[in-house]
Write a protein that binds this ligand. Sequence first.
Ligand code: CTP
Length: 405
Amino acid sequence: MSGASTFEGRRIVLIVSGGIAAYKAIEVCRRLVDAGAHVSPVMTTGATRFVGEATFSALASEPVQRSLWDEASPIPHTRLGQGADLVIVAPATARIIGSYAAGISDGLATATLLATRAPVLVCPAMHTEMWEHPAVQDNLATLRRRGVSLVEPGEGRLAGGDVGAGRLADPEVIVAAAERLLTHQDLAGTRVLVTAGGTSEPIDPVRVITNRSTGRQGYALAAEAAARGAEVVLVTTVSDPVPPGVSTVGCATTAAELRDTVVAHADTCDVVIMAAAVADFRPSAPSVPKMKKRDGLPIIELEATTDVLSELVQRRALGQVIVGFAAETNDVVANAREKLLAKGADVIVANDVSRSDTGFGVPTNAATILVAGSDDVNVPLCSKRDLARSILDVVVSLRAGSGSA
Ligand code: CTP
């Protein structure tokens, strides 16, 4: 399972129907192709009134198809439908939803939908009145009952200056939903808590002691767990947008705040992953007014913070899997093994943070995953998402071994 992206080599038919939101499908197409998918675009005649065919032909993996009759193959719909790993309709108008629900094949798009056994993801977009109309809602209920997946539209600005429900979901939400449909849901029914980022400890109202963590590895773990079907709770010190399907809880700037938030939520989680770089010491008496240069060099007395990972192990719920990281600059694996024993976690991810291509603030990482009572797993240089995949593979096997999966 580890290695290439979920989308690598997967064949996706992207059906674009005629709505103002067709422009957002361009971004969906680009993201899927960038992630390694083979995207075959199909546009309805209505869609071509909103965006250019040339745009999709240039961005997708093959030229746009529009009709049952303009291709060399006499049966383009069965070729597309049978060869697809996934069919996405974005945007899906009330008309295409109605035809699909009624089983009416009135063009290449609907013929392809009826000719496929691949999962189908429908992303509706229309005016609020149409979205709320019982005919549309009944058709969507029919599609849902038949196993079609939906990405609910959001609220916001619609064509013509109107505001309300019916706005096409954001491209990243659509791509995340597509990813879930292509991913083995081996964390379904599992609640996973992930911490991300570095804590900051105040010296005075303007100065802090912090570290170089940017939260990327924690965010990658949260996104990967969500793609595999987990309910994900993220405790983060950074304000980057949260991956689709992930919710954040609490406030976590200092080690104490992070500890309180984690402890408040950990009991209800099956898996806890401490990817955050938590401060080990903090100023024992932060100055209330800003420290002034004129007062000379300050002496800052430090005190220890709570070791959250060790505390979690002490209070762990039955069957809970606890994963920690070891941020090391030397004797990486030996130091990490010491932490595995000292902290009592199930897994410690040994991370060399002294290299320029692994650790803090870079998109790539490499690690040795140490598992209590089992063999180490070496993960060579890869994206942080790929390392997240390997870590969660270990988590899944531990849960299966304990009979909790
Ligand atoms: N950790 C924690 N609470 C702390 C410090 C660290 O929960 N106060 C967690 C980190 O989230 C990580 C693991 O413990 O999962 C190891 O963190 P690391 O910084 O590598 O090691 P430390 O325990 O801080 O030890 P040292 O700094 O001496 O290497």
